[in-house]
Design a binder for this molecule. Sequence first.
Ligand code: APR
Length: 231
Amino acid sequence: MELNKKNIVVLTGAGISSESGLKTFRDADGLWEGHRVEDVATPEAFLENPELVYDFYNQRRRQLKEVKPNQAHLALAEFERNHNAKFTLITQNVDNLHELAHSQNIIHMHGELQKVRCMETDEVFPWTEDLDSDSVSPTTQKSGTLRPHICWFGEMPYHMVEIGDALRDADIFVAIGTSGLVYPAAGFVQMVSHHCYKVLINKDAANNNPLFHEVILGNATQEVPKFFQQS
Ligand code: APR
């Protein structure tokens, strides 16, 4: 596949970070095996038991201090640096490994662990430490108004207009490390134009894999560098 001068859109999911030591959601021993999604990743859960939800994301945020980008994150960043056309990286991941790998044009559609949002003003702030109901908003100085800047089930993912534009213009769409079970991301492969070449790089056959022209089964750290070094 010739990648030169092509408008490329990449979508990443939890699978790209698993070899860095972060758990995926739905693999055996994944995050959703130990938790009910409804208890930790919905607006209702946060209303009912905010401390449990804060704690779930505090644990995830703390873990970021122990992990590093892997060969797949690094290969994407290197490819973007040398690419001579548009490159957009849409990620469902809330970790910061694409940033640490120095990717540039990153869209975090499900939010970021290292950001919090004020429920009163909608302002988003960088946040690297634990968060709880005593945490004080940097602008209003009030406590109890900050929540993780994470898109929960039942909420609209962020930056959807920008994502729609990027997908419509893509010549090549590459989904990496995602199970194809969570919409709208699972449907991006159907939002690209008819001329777009669609590739999936995933460890196991993803739910939506018949929609791709090419399916590469394997570990992201091996297959992503191979795919992006071929041009
Ligand atoms: N290399 C490539 N793919 C891998 C690897 C690896 N090393 N390890 C796991 N995978 C694949 C799995 O085969 C699986 O299909 O990554 C996929 C991970 O799927 P999920 O756990 O469902 O993660 P994801 O698709 O990112 O989930 C989407 O669901 O719970 C929500 O908001 C959360 O952003 C998340 C969304």
